[in-house]
Design a protein around this ligand. Structure first.
Ligand code: IMP
Ligand code: MG
Length: 179
């Protein structure tokens, strides 16, 4: 196991089967619609690429990058757009793909921005959800796993930009974590 991580939280097999399950739900939900998947960089990158390839309907990709966290793992509530969408989403069906919903502050802010652009619909799909940490309510339409209040890394999720390439999801060691 990589230094700094404590134990596997979600295995590769569990991730794979959940991704397939979510893809099937999205296929049904968006059948016949022209779906735009908006990945939130960088954490959602790995999840989004697996999810999109497990779907069978036609989708288009776009990305946004926001900063909600500095170098520590605490949410500041300050969200800044670092990269905006390339496409106009007016009248489009938009699915925001996130790695994890924690306090909800990031997505709450993003949803406001996206709704103001008048998409036909905007929904959220997240791989992980930490419901016990929520500070603002966000409508999570598609959720992979609800997890306890622990700091998760791997499969796209980072701590100080590290561990994103781990193929499974791990719990960060408490000594490493400032959370
Ligand atoms: P929120 O605004 O508090 O909901 O935070 C959402 C963002 O915080 C996510 O997109 C992650 O980048 C980061 N984050 C929150 N919890 C974790 C975690 O357990 N591991 C890695 N990143 C996390
Ligand atoms: Mg993130």
């Amino acid at each position: 196991m990589r230094q700094g991580v404590e134990r596997v939280l979600i295995s590769r097999a569990e991730i794979d089967s959940k991704v397939r399950e979510l893809a099937r739900a999205l296929d049904r939900e968006y059948a016949g619609k022209n779906l735009l998947i908006v990945g939130i960089l960088k954490g959602a990158m790995i999840f989004m690429s697996d999810l999109a390839r497990a779907m069978t309907i036609d989708v288009q990709f776009d990305f946004m990058a926001v900063s909600s966290y500095g170098s520590s793992s605490k949410s500041t509530g300050v969200v800044r757009i670092q990269k905006d969408l390339d496409q106009n989403i007016q009248g489009r069906h938009v699915l925001v793909v996130e790695d994890i919903v924690d306090t909800g502050l990031t997505l709450n802010y993003l949803l406001e921005i996206l709704k103001a652009r008048e998409p036909a619909s905007v929904r959220i799909c997240t791989l992980l959800d930490k419901p016990s940490r929520r500070e603002v309510e966000v409508p999570v339409d598609f959720n992979g796993f609800a997890i306890p209040d622990e700091f998760a890394v791997g499969y796209g999720l980072d701590y100080n930009e590290m561990y994103r390439n781990l193929p499974e999801i791990y719990v960060l060691k408490r000594e490493v974590d400032t959370y």
